[in-house]
Design a protein around this ligand. Structure first.
Ligand SMILES: Cc1cc2nc3c(=O)[nH]c(=O)nc-3n(C[C@H](O)[C@H](O)[C@H](O)COP(=O)(O)O)c2cc1C
Length: 214
């Protein structure tokens, strides 16, 4: 948040400036305020994330990944059930993931990092509280990706396009008993800057899915 304080000109200790300098200072002040306002509208952390599937070989700093994981676990979570589990594959597991579907191996080998996110819920399948746990894991996944985006790291939430059954992915990462696959997040330094990556247009838009009530 930006706060501005304007000094009272009636204070006898305030040095008096010639009118031209006062005018210049006013113009400078207005420019700085306008730039700050435009900038805060242009950069909205909530919309910084875009799906990215092409990455460079540049490594992602481990501090950036750690910060994203810290953001993930601060997702809204009813009863603080912490129903998320995360898996970061090392070299051996990455190779195993890449080879799950031979048709996709070439494409997968270009992905520098994966985060597998699972749901670990104590609740009855599809019950209200189970859905709440699933919602929380989705929020955690979104937090992870948004935090990466704020640090300039691209990511993509993958499921169906992996072309492998969720059970095979869970087995490969040695997920715990009863866990369900929520996301395989690909991430890395984007080939194109995130600022230049456009969101696919939403057909409904806000007005198409919002009902304003009396
Ligand atoms: C649950 C879920 C599963 C997804 N699975 C895939 C997938 O299998 N393949 C894919 O290309 N994109 C997948 N995506 C990413 C969407 O295609 C992407 O979010 C959408 O095109 C909107 O683009 P944006 O993320 O840049 O806003 C998935 C997204 C979600 C939330």
């Amino acid at each position: 948040m930006i706060r501005f304080r304007v000094a009272a000109t009636s204070n006898p200790n305030t040095p008096h400036l010639p009118p031209q300098k006062t005018m210049l200072l006013k113009i400078l002040f207005i420019s700085v305020v306008s730039a700050a306002c435009v900038n805060s509208l242009a950069f909205n952390p909530a919309t910084a994330r875009r799906s990215v599937a092409r990455f460079t070989d540049a490594p992602v700093a481990s501090a950036v990944v750690d910060a994203a994981l810290e953001a993930a676990i601060l997702a809204p979570n009813h009863f603080l059930s912490e129903p998320w589990r995360f898996y970061i594959p090392g070299e051996k597991t990455m190779k195993a993931l890449n080879e799950l579907n031979p048709e996709k191996t070439k494409m997968f080998e270009k992905v520098p990092n994966w985060l597998i996110v699972t749901l670990k819920s104590e609740q009855e399948l599809h019950s209200k509280l189970w859905l709440e746990d699933l919602s929380a894991v989705s929020c955690a996944t979104q937090n992870f990706m948004t935090s990466l985006a704020i640090d300039g790291v691209g990511s993509k939430w993958m499921t169906g396009a992996l072309g492998s059954p969720p059970a095979a992915i869970l087995e490969t990462v040695k997920a715990g008993e009863g866990e369900e696959l929520v996301a395989a997040v690909w991430f890395g330094m984007p080939e194109k800057g995130l600022e230049g990556t456009k969101a696919p247009p939403r057909k409904l838009g806000v007005e198409g899915c919002l009902t304003r009530l009396d």
